[in-house]
Design a protein around this ligand. Sequence first.
Ligand code: ADP
Length: 166
Amino acid sequence: MAGKERIGVYPGTFDPMTLGHLDIIRRGAHLVDRLVIGITTNPAKSPMFTVEERLAMVRREVADIDHGTIEVVEFDSLLMNFAEAQGASLILRGLRAVADFEYEYQMAGMNQQLNDDIETVFLMADVSLQPIASRLVKEIAVYGGSIDKFVTPAVAADVAAKLNQR
Ligand code: ADP
């Protein structure tokens, strides 16, 4: 008998998408039958890239991992409502050292209260990719530093083009 399809959502801002995100997606994709990457519009964070640009960026970057099992969508609702609407049983989050812990711990705890049937699963990126954060990638790029070790060449070109427009 075929089991129920296991669906996971991986939410984030992806502004821009880094090698850390890609590593978490590769690892997460093994855990589920279908992975829905949810891009938060998150205007409060004043993103560098519009949500349309981030959708296109993430779709392009996951194209070679995707075997018809990864979907990239935007959402601006409560994460738990988004996960329920997708039929997910898992929420995937990446965890970086201590900096993420407090926030992630609190969010997972509150999400558990909202819906105890949807489990938050924390994944660690490859050790070499753990320090990478979108915020720092943007800061380095704004000050003219190289971000080549933190993002794919295509994303580095996106960031350079965005800074040139300014
Ligand atoms: P958010 O605004 O939700 O923090 P991000 O795009 O910054 O969105 O990150 C999405 C998820 O990916 C979060 O769970 C974050 O902790 C995780 N993440 C980002 N970079 C890394 C990394 N280098 N290693 C592990 N997890 C990461």
